[in-house]
Design a binder for this molecule. Structure first.
Ligand code: SF4
Length: 358
């Protein structure tokens, strides 16, 4: 059942879709893209209050019984991997470390044949005591959200004095072999945009791979403005104040981040890689390979979707694997061409980033 998320009717959602080709097992969409990268939000709860995501008082969250349980996540991930061709699974949130059963969820995913690549997007609070167990359970990679290494700025952006806990979590991830640790950073004008080169130097010294992400219109306050957003071009400019960049030759393969080799202005070997995820100003939707599940079991074909296809209801009502797989295929067949931010008729979705995950 497709759920419309309290949105004015957008012509594109009413167009008649061409019939989905029969016999196509994968998550094909009508623009010929095939999703193989599954992002699963495990909770809508978070222990930070980032200004570009949610208000200081936080957001209402769903009761636990309305969220996917570990066995339900296991079943849907198995269907995705064994029936639908998914090869990468990323667990996100809210904050996934708030799930006490996270190790079990990852272990179940790692036991799948074929084994998908498993990653986690987290703010790393509490990771220092769990990194080893997560790696032992089968976690392959980790992305940590960190916008600054300055305590005062961290407090200003997240409204929590937890920088040291995050840094301890990152060190524990490195020690557990979850390397290279990927650092996801959002630059805010007049807040931390003057710290871009600092953050890159800090990451390079530790062998982490930093990726700057353009701020996206997925905040609860709907305060996002394109004119105040720091663009990819500006990010490159900030980096070039202290480093020299060269595009990385490796194929991008639908990955959100455009990678660059980083050099010192005085020359010498590459110091490492940096990525820029320019979702807004240099969109990469034409090669998008992502499919998403919300913590309530809804398929979102795009980060900016205005509709979701509920799988949890049918699952709890006894639907078969084949029926769930077909619902998922149909949801992805209807995937929009892109986020529409560059078309002028963009409308911000109701669901916020804290309830979708990166
Ligand atoms: S905005 Fe949607 S279509 Fe574009 S890259 Fe993101 S998820 Fe894919």
């Amino acid at each position: 059942m497709t759920v419309s998320l309290g949105m004015p009717a957008l012509p594109s959602t009413r167009e008649t879709l061409p019939p989905r080709p029969l016999g196509e097992d994968g998550l094909l969409d009508r623009f010929g893209r095939v999703a193989t990268d599954l992002r699963i939000s495990l909770t809508d709860r978070c222990n930070l209050r980032c200004t570009y995501c949610m208000p200081a008082e936080g957001l209402p969250t769903q009761p636990a019984n309305q969220l996917l349980q570990a066995d339900e996540i296991g079943r849907l991930t198995r269907i995705a991997v064994q029936e639908l061709g998914v090869r990468q699974v990323r667990f996100t949130g809210g904050e996934p470390l708030l799930r006490k059963d996270l190790v079990d969820i990852i272990a179940a995913c790692a036991a799948l044949e074929p084994r998908p690549e498993i990653s986690l997007t987290t703010n790393a609070i509490g990771l220092s005591s769990r990194a080893a167990a997560l790696a032992a359970a089968g976690l392959d990679r980790i992305n940590v959200s960190l916008d600054t290494v300055h305590a005062a700025t961290f407090l200003q952006v997240t409204r929590r004095p937890f920088l040291e806990r995050v840094l301890a979590g990152i060190d524990a991830a490195s020690a557990a072999g979850l390397t290279p640790v990927k650092i996801n950073a959002v630059l805010l004008r007049g807040v931390n945009d003057d710290q871009a080169a600092d953050l890159l130097a800090w990451s390079l010294e530790r062998g982490h791979q930093l990726r700057f992400i353009e701020q996206m219109p997925l905040d609860a306050d709907h305060a996002w403005e394109r004119d105040t957003m720091i663009t990819a071009a500006e990010i490159r400019g900030r980096i070039n104040e202290r480093f020299r960049l060269e595009p990385d030759e490796a194929p991008r393969d639908g990955a959100p981040a455009e990678l660059f080799k980083v050099f010192s202005p005085s020359g010498g070997p590459s110091l490492g890689l940096v990525g820029i995820i320019a979702s807004v100003s240099e969109a990469f939707c034409a090669d998008c390979r992502r499919t998403r599940l919300t913590a309530e079991g809804g398929v979102r074909s795009c980060l900016f979707s205005h509709t979701e296809t509920d799988l949890l209801g049918p699952l709890r009502s006894g639907a078969s694997d084949a029926e769930l797989a077909d619902l998922w295929r149909s949801a992805m067949w209807a995937k929009p061409a892109g986020h529409g931010l560059d078309t002028g008729d963009f409308v911000q979705p109701e669901r916020t980033m804290s309830a979708i995950g990166g």
